[in-house]
Design a protein around this ligand. Sequence first.
Ligand code: PMV
Length: 372
Amino acid sequence: MTEHDFRPNIYDTTLEKGSVTWESPSNIALVKYWGKKKDQIPENPSISFTLNHCKTITTLEFTKKGDHNHFEFEVYLDGEKKDDFKPKIQTFFERIEVYLPFLKQYQFIIKTENTFPHSSGIASSASGMSALALCLMSVEKQLIKSDVIVGAVEDGINEVYFNQKASFLARLGSGSACRSIEGDLIVWGKTKSIEGSTDLFGIKYPYKVHENFKGFQDTILLVDKGEKQVSSTVGHNLMHNHPYAQNRFEQAHQNIENLKDILELGDLKAFNALVESEALTLHAMMLTSMPYFILMKPNTLEIINKIWEFREKTGLHISFTLDAGANVHVLYPKRESQEILQFIESELVDFCQNGHYICDQIGFGAELINIE
Ligand code: PMV
């Protein structure tokens, strides 16, 4: 597939107005995406668990308008008008217009809500951008009859094309959003050890995964609910001319290759080492960029040390990962949930802001809620 395959050659149906609702999850990377080229092309491959409970629910209402000269949309979060979200969506629309040429023909109302608190320090860009991309795909699907050739596909918009293009569009909104369309493990970025992998969209991990990873748990400890001091866009850009960038990018390819055996064999010890090393490497890239910055907080380190002590003492398979912030994702197999949750509640929750944490687990991707 190339970018060209996502340009529709024909809209042969008219549609005056309608409404569509999608629910799309967040995801947590095991091997991290950090560094990008033009058009949100990643510098290295990444792989993530799709989450199950942390979701965005977006309704897109659309009405045909007279002029076709500009984008027209309003955005609401939890029923409240959000003009400060508009620039990001305007940029998104500009980037994707060549792939969705109907965008200027409609007036849109975007109504969105998250299942997690907006000010939780959990990035809503992955779930938010993927939900919006899916809504737009549902509009496009209605504009094309099923028996015409679309892009590279000969029977209109089939499910494979729909998901690939939704992921492709979501990527142009926020890179990691392309890993939120499907589940349960998604690879984004071309790498030789994963057949079918591409920089353009996320694909389902195509190899065997051991029972140990079924229903894997992710308890998110909300250490700092504030806005990040450094956005991920700035962070990605600091990988240009970064002294360790090339080694880091190569390491990500190697880690994905190593993860293949780990996932097949169910080697939880090796999984923990790889995932924790990835999280700390991500933050090491931030510590060693120019300008440098620190997103971890003292309580992030307190939690990491407690996890290591507990693991040493009990032999249980608990590990952590981090995204671009201070919050800690605690990962563990379902069968060890009881002991580990007890430990989290008695020893880790004190380090969370207002004692807040979210229990999540591996999920299977976005769902269409309503279309009319
Ligand atoms: O999708 P972005 O541009 O917000 O980047 C996200 C990057 C990390 O969350 C730090 C890592 C990842 O792979 O999700």
